[in-house]
Design a protein around this ligand. Sequence first.
Ligand code: ZN
Length: 351
Amino acid sequence: MNNIKNILTDRFGRYVKIDTTAVDGAKSLPSSNGQHILADLLTAELNELGYYTNIYKDSTSTVFATLQATQADAPSIGFIVHLDTAPGTSGKTQLQTHKNYSGGDILLNKELNVWLKVSDFPELENYIGDDILTSDGMSLLGADDKAAIAEVLTGIDLIKQNGIPHGQIQLVFVPDEEIGLKGAKALDINQFKVDFAYALDCCGIGEYMVENWNAGCATVKFKGQTAHPMSAKGKMRNALIMAHQLISLLPAQERPENSEKKEGYFWVKNLTGDTAHAEMIIDIREFDDNKYIERKQFLEECVESINKSYQAEFVELEISDVYPNIAKTITSEPRLINLITKAMTNLNLTT
Ligand SMILES: [Zn+2]
């Protein structure tokens, strides 16, 4: 068991060393070279393990591998994990191991006095006695989703080492999940022929998701007009003020910081610009299909009302659907959930 723990943490350590930060707005897929490097490393490791077939990396750096069935009547199962890490924080991970955690806050960076606090992450205390892996507080750890890469490969090592019978298992490692599921959307589904599949991502031990938001992304462009401030009256039109107008129309209670559970929201995620031009990104999230449509319509009405106030089309709105709620798809395949609950029971885990 100790050996398996070392294999798991060694793998994780190797993967987080590679900076696979996704680059928002990049034209290429994957959006960053580090994802090519990690895809190459995984391809080499899968080959070296010797029990996978059909191992290949396609032009988007998506990596495929198959474990042939040893039990003919078992379903074929897929596992999807992602190679990239979230933009916004440095992906040059400095990994630290805090051995035999005894509870309390963890000092991540002595020099800069950065702490991982129990008050912010109360779940830390569930792991007393364990080794805790963190970054140095100034870089992203990248456990999302490199922990899953290490776990799925090590889980399959265990299946093989213990001779546990299984159906066909297919692994897929996709790029650029963090920037609108680009890798998953580009996935050649004809190369992924399974009865059903699990995405391994996020969450604590014992948690699994059977539904999710309908997710949309709105890009709003504001066309302003500069003028010399000495003679700006009636001439200047400030794109930043127009952006502020839009924000003020969005309900304050429907922000991520003011909502919880299944309450939908608008997340004003990014605003860049100056007097002449501004651009805003708003994430739209809503569980219910109809409410999601209403939310998009509401945003359209807000933009219309600002344009009406200027009697011109100074604000442009473009909404794209990022991903739908998967609830309906899941209920059509009862084995998906049955197998998870059986595995949880075997491991004495509660959800
Ligand atoms: Zn993730």
